[in-house]
Design a protein around this ligand. Structure first.
Ligand code: HEM
Length: 509
């Protein structure tokens, strides 16, 4: 969430009450400078550097500040001491050399409440419970085998979407991405929870609002010890409402699954397995640390629905926008997709691995527009030293992947969309190359990478195969608005309106 002027007013009045009640000593303590912190911009009393971020797109504002203060920069965000990492070398120190020390995440109010006391993988503190859950996630929930088991679901959802686009082939612009975001959510929620229901539709805005609030820049999260701010800013009430509604829906879905699993014989169950079924089986197993129903709800809500839907959708959104802005790239990608699938007359996953150029387009998109531009923050477990600077215990670590992916030392003409730069390049997504970290790196690297990329590949291949794309009413590519939105997920500020023209007929229903 953007830090806004009204929030500052609420802050100032709450602070006055707070000081009046003689609780100001804690605030004064936070002003003490630790001797050898990384450099950073001047801090104002009480708010520190919050003013440096007000009204701005955070990854851009932080990049701008880092150009002046360096790749390891200290900020005081209200009561929180934060270090911003903006170079591949500093990122390597955090996510490789000292990875274990930075393996936990700082807590934010929305995570505590919606993640059932931070028991999701995303917000869980590093330890035995988290390791067990992450293992289940990597080996079972989001494994390659599991991702492949959702192949026909993916193909059907994107075919439905393609049909929807075809039904709008009348020369008028369509809001492609609004529809695409809801299709991606549809896909992820059905993979997670089974059949499409009205309740799943109600869950979508809840998930979206929770993601928006989880960015950790809400004024109440910046002053965690002033509990009054959680009330006066309305954050606690808002989050509680989201939590109660989500909990009610998930409780019902889990109940239905248990009933269905008791009546369906085990062979049949294997065929229809969704992620909730997988988690329920683990609940029956004798795990070292038992998995409660609340733990399962936390995983489904945060690690699958919230982490999975907006990220893949944002990647497709930016890829389409960049291709429209760069017509020669669009043509090259389209020629490749049509060459590969013209024999069949439709797109499916069996030949998708042949789309080498499209893969470079996706890599370049994730370089320039990483869907999670500041990754997810980490927390310093024990005081340590990086590049000669002291990082105190509990410091919030913000890794600016957006800035790192554009580091001019590693990326020539870093501001230009050039998929060709990935031809014959060994740079991959796996967090081994710290100049390219769209999925993060180290112990906390995204476990949903294969799932996310499968969605992105298939959606783009369908779009490019069946349609030619024009910009609305004579707009020129260079006139496209590519402004970033603000938030945990990097979306485009303005929706993408495009005019589809069918070039390859759709398979008959
Ligand atoms: C293109 C799509 C995606 C992108 C770009 C993406 C990116 C990321 C990033 C940058 C992180 C933080 C990594 C770090 O802190 O080092 C992350 C974490 C995570 N992602 Fe993804 N993600 C995508 C898709 C998915 C999908 C489809 C799922 C699940 C269905 C998923 C589940 C998760 C989870 C559970 C975490 C937390 C991991 C942890 O804290 O240990 N992601 N993702």
């Amino acid at each position: 969430m953007e830090i806004q002027f009204p929030s500052i007013l609420i802050l100032i009045s709450s602070l006055s009450i707070f000081i009046f009640l003689k609780l100001g000593s804690k605030l004064i303590k936070t002003k003490k400078a630790t001797p050898n912190l990384p450099p950073g911009p001047r801090k104002l009393p009480l708010i520190g550097n919050i003013h440096n971020l007000i009204g701005s797109v955070h990854h851009r504002a932080l990049h701008h500040l880092a150009l002046k203060h360096g790749p390891l920069m200290h900020l005081q965000l209200g009561q929180l001491s934060a270090v911003v990492v903006s170079s591949p070398d500093a990122a390597k120190q955090v996510m490789k050399t000292h990875d274990l020390n930075f393996a936990s995440r700082p807590s934010v109010l929305v995570a505590e409440i919606i993640s059932y006391g931070c028991t999701s993988i995303t917000f869980g503190p590093y330890g035995d419970y988290w390791r067990q859950l992450r293992k289940i996630c990597t080996l079972e929930l989001l494994s390659m085998k599991r991702v492949q088991s959702f192949r026909s679901l993916r193909e059907n959802v994107f075919l439905d979407l393609t049909r929807w686009i075809a039904s709008h082939d009348r020369g008028s612009p369509v809001n492609l991405m609004e529809k695409f975001y809801s299709s991606t959510y549809d896909l992820i929620s059905r993979a997670a929870l089974g059949k499409k229901t009205k309740e799943l539709e109600i869950l979508l805005p809840i998930v979206q609002e929770a993601v928006e609030l989880a960015a950790g820049f809400h004024i109440a999260d910046l002053y965690p010890s002033i509990k009054l701010l959680q009330m006066t800013s309305g954050l606690r009430k808002r989050v509680m409402r989201l939590h109660q509604e989500a909990d009610r829906i998930l409780e019902g879905i889990i109940y239905d699954h248990r009933i269905a699993n008791n009546v369906v014989n085990s062979d049949e169950r294997e065929k229809q397995e969704d992620l909730l079924d997988v988690l329920l089986k683990f609940q029956d197993d004798k795990l070292q640390l038992p998995l409660t129903t609340d733990n399962i709800k936390a995983v489904l809500l945060h690690d699958v629905l919230a982490a999975g839907s907006e990220t893949s959708a944002a990647a497709v959104d930016w890829a389409m926008a960049e291709m429209l802005k760069n017509p020669s790239v669009l043509k090259k990608a389209q020629d490749e997709v049509r060459r590969v699938f013209d024999d069949k007359g439709y797109v499916n996953e069996s030949s998708i691995h042949q789309l080498k150029y499209l893969k470079s387009v996706i890599k370049e998109t994730l370089r320039m527009h990483p869907p999670v531009p500041l990754l997810l923050p980490r927390k310093c477990g024990e005081k340590c030293e990086i590049n000669g600077y002291e990082i105190p215990v509990n410091t919030k670590i913000i890794i600016n992947a957006w800035a790192i992916n554009r580091d001019p030392i590693f990326w020539k003409i870093f501001n230009c969309f050039q998929p060709e730069r990935f031809h014959d390049s060994s740079v991959d997504y796996k967090g081994n190359h710290f100049e390219y970290i769209p999925f993060g790196a180290g112990r906390r690297i995204c476990p949903g990478m294969s799932f996310g990329l499968a969605n992105v590949d298939l959606a783009l291949a369908n779009f490019l195969y069946h349609f030619d794309w024009n910009l609305p009413s004579g707009m020129k590519p260079e006139e496209m608005d590519m402004t970033d939105g603000n938030g945990l997920t990097l979306k485009r500020k303005k929706d993408l309106y495009v005019v589809p023209v069918i070039k390859r007929p759709l398979p008959v229903e």
